[in-house]
Design a protein around this ligand. Structure first.
Ligand code: BJW
Ligand code: ZN
Length: 222
């Protein structure tokens, strides 16, 4: 069975990573248009670096949870052909043992040169003085609003061949990920939403399971 799994901030919530849009989320309703856009970075790179430095430090102190571990186990099941796509920029799937994770919104563990496009492991603290070998300024290698998410060809191909599409812990408000359920359904796949509570996209899924990911994901995989 070909399964495409899309994860969002909710899968890492119980590891202690904040979500973006939940009440009481760790980032306390960050102004994403100032922190997660190329325009916001151009206007105040120090503020953007400070936000990512804080989150980079946070993820280093967090551990993968039972939901990440269950998905890594599913990838080992010879009956399942899993494509694991995450919107998260943390590395908790990898640390739980997953391989070939498609990071469609990049990773804050890597730096990207704004001039030449070179990539290298991000230092724990990036500043406006962090420079590429070419002299260009460094930014986190993440995908901001208005930029094109990574690996969309591979994700699109997997979605059109999927037997099952599962979205876990994502609010379904950010495109193109929010449109994946529709693509999968049109390709004839079964669709399952796993979330704490029904998301914006809830009515577009054939099936759902609501509750904390550390309980619902292992229960689904079992
Ligand atoms: C739990 C839980 C627990 C809690 N257990 N669950 C109309 C149509 C199409 C596009 C657009 C449009 N209007 C505007 C656009 C463009 C824009 C967009 O979508 N804007 C919307 C706001 C409307 N999109 C873009 O610009 C994207 N690029 C693009 O479209 O390019 C064009 C193109 C596409 C494809 C091919 C060719 C061209 C880029 C979007 C980049 C988003 N970047 C960010 C920052 C990344 C770096 C970083 O992390 O800092 O990505 S923003 C932020 O939102 C981050 C996340 O990945 C993303 C999604 O958030 P997520 O994961 O869903 O988190 P939350 O907090 O929203 O939800 C948490 C969920 O967890 C909730 O549902 C909870 O219930 C649940 N939960 N605890 C289970 N314990
Ligand atoms: Zn460079």
């Amino acid at each position: 069975m070909r399964i495409v799994i899309l994860t969002g901030a909710g899968i890492s919530a119980e590891s202690g990573m904040g979500t973006f849009r939940d009440k009481g989320g760790l980032w306390e309703n960050p102004d994403l248009m100032k922190l997660a856009t190329p325009e916001g970075f151009a206007a105040d790179p120090a503020a953007v670096h400070a936000w990512y430095n804080m989150r980079r430090a946070k993820v280093r102190s967090c551990q993968p949870n039972a939901a990440h571990v269950a998905l890594a186990a599913l990838q080992q099941d010879p009956r399942a052909e899993v494509t694991l796509v995450t919107q998260n920029v943390d590395d908790l799937h990898e640390r739980a043992g997953s391989h070939d994770v498609i990071h469609m919104h990049g990773t804050h563990l890597r730096a990207l040169c704004v001039d030449c496009g070179a990539r290298w492991p991000a230092p724990s603290q990036m500043t406006v003085d962090t420079r590429c070998a070419c002299g260009g300024a460094a930014r986190p290698d993440v995908v901001w609003f208005g930029e094109v998410p990574y690996h969309m060809d591979r994700v699109g191909a997997a979605l059109t061949q999927a037997d099952l599409f599962v979205a876990i812990g994502t609010s379904g408000v950010v495109y193109p990920a929010a449109g994946f359920v529709r693509v999968a359904r049109q390709a004839g796949a079964d669709t399952l939403e796993i979330n704490l509570a029904p998301s914006e996209r809830a009515t577009e899924f054939a099936r759902s399971a609501f509750g904390p990911a550390t309980q619902t994901v292992p229960a689904w995989v079992a």
